[in-house]
Design a protein around this ligand. Structure first.
Ligand code: HEM
Length: 355
């Protein structure tokens, strides 16, 4: 029932943006619903007690979209004004503008720092499981020098330095590391042309001690192990395939250092769906690196159909947003008290051709 409400109502706008997506969205939500009952997280396990709590619960369960494609009409008051301090989202508008500059190439594609910000968001939030007793979207990847120096976080040091610089620049405006890391992810995905405009929340507590180890995926694990690792974080296997679609905007440097800088699809500056077809193909295009984990999921019977399903941009963006709102709130026990600041994100870029 909730899923069909979602289909008929919320998707009208995105269906127009991506013609023909209705049937495919029906398919993905059916697949998610088939998996298990949608699991709630944080204080939403008890119940939603606020508008934000209700909105997150509704988006995770498919009743409303986890994207907001409404054009940005926010006009920020002066940063140092009383009006700005009275609006939690105001300072984030300034940070958003800074990040768009930081993440954009002159031809309109997104750059290496954008790629790293997408990964940073995952590596902070994803170091959590239902039994880990700590970790998640808590900013520890920025605040803990132990955590950033773990081998799985190789390549994220430069973007962490950028995050620390932003924290320092806005230190008198109550900007936290946990929020900043997820905000950077959400600005990065939308700065990559065709990327989703994911619901964006502010108000997470920070944690400066390192997350429990061993919770991030290993590139050499078989599909079953990866699916279980993500199930332990409350994701379905369809969520997992939607999430690894982020490799549309990815390069590898450390899996095979001899091929450092090779992209994981042929268009790493664009949030398109090439990654899915190129990972399904018998061999990747010349110059494209295929991670063993991506190849394993593409070849695994349970997840192969998702690689075809996400060949539709609108379907994938919706699925990514559902999975990433969940990711961005893992380990957060106070979802009901967060503020929705999606209104300060840049507008979605729904078509792209290179300048
Ligand atoms: C099965 C799960 C996953 C595995 C095994 C995996 C593994 C990897 C590996 C090995 C790299 C290359 C790192 C390097 O050598 O520099 C990489 C890059 C990347 N990953 Fe994943 N990943 C997974 C899921 C995700 C998810 C869920 C996201 C985001 C939501 C993500 C976003 C990225 C991005 C954006 C890059 C590129 C970073 C850059 O170009 O600097 N990955 N991933």
């Amino acid at each position: 029932m909730k899923l069909s409400l979602y289909l008929t109502g919320v998707l009208l706008g995105t269906t127009l943006a991506y013609p023909g997506m209705g049937n495919l969205i029906r398919e993905i939500l059916k697949r998610q619903a088939d998996d298990t009952k949608v699991q709630m997280i944080g204080d939403l396990v008890e119940r939603a007690t606020s508008d934000v709590g209700t909105s997150v619960e509704s988006c995770l369960s498919g009743a409303i979209s986890c994207q907001d494609l409404t054009p940005n009409s926010y006009v920020a008051p002066d940063l140092t004004s009383a009006a700005c301090s009275a609006d939690t989202c105001c300072v984030w508008n300034y940070i958003s503008n800074d990040l768009v500059t930081l993440f954009s190439n002159s031809d309109g594609t997104c750059n290496d720092l954008a790629r790293a910000a997408v990964r940073l968001g995952f590596h902070d939030a994803g170091a959590w499981s239902t039994t880990s007793g700590g970790g998640g979207a808590d900013g520890s990847i920025v605040l803990s020098s132990d955590e950033i120096n773990r081998s799985e976080n190789n390549g994220l040091q430069a973007i962490r330095s950028q995050a620390l610089a932003i924290l320092s620049q806005y230190s008198s405006f109550n900007v936290g590391a946990a929020d900043l890391v997820q905000f950077m992810h959400n600005v990065a995905t939308i700065t990559c042309p065709l990327g989703p405009r994911v619901l964006t929340f502010i108000g997470r507590p920070d944690q400066s001690t390192a997350d429990p180890p061993g919770l991030l995926p290993n590139v050499s694990s078989p599909a079953e192990v990866l699916i279980q690792l993500f199930a332990d974080k409350t994701f379905s296997s369809t969520d997992l395939v939607a999430l690894i679609g982020a490799h549309t905007a990815a390069k590898q440097f450390f899996v095979d250092p001899a091929l450092a800088g090779e992209p994981l699809d042929s268009t790493p500056g664009v949030w398109d769906v090439e990654f899915f077809s190129e990972t399904l193909a018998a061999t990747p295009p010349a110059g494209v690196f295929r991670l063993p984990s991506d190849g394993a999921l593409a070849a695994f019977a349970e997840t192969t159909p998702d690689f075809t399903l996400f060949g539709n941009q609108g379907t994938w963006n919706e699925a990514y947003a559902i999975a990433y709102v969940r990711m961005s709130l893992l380990g957060v026990q106070s979802i009901n008290t967060l503020t929705d600041c999606t209104k300060v994100l840049p507008n979605a870029v729904t078509s792209f051709s290179r300048k």
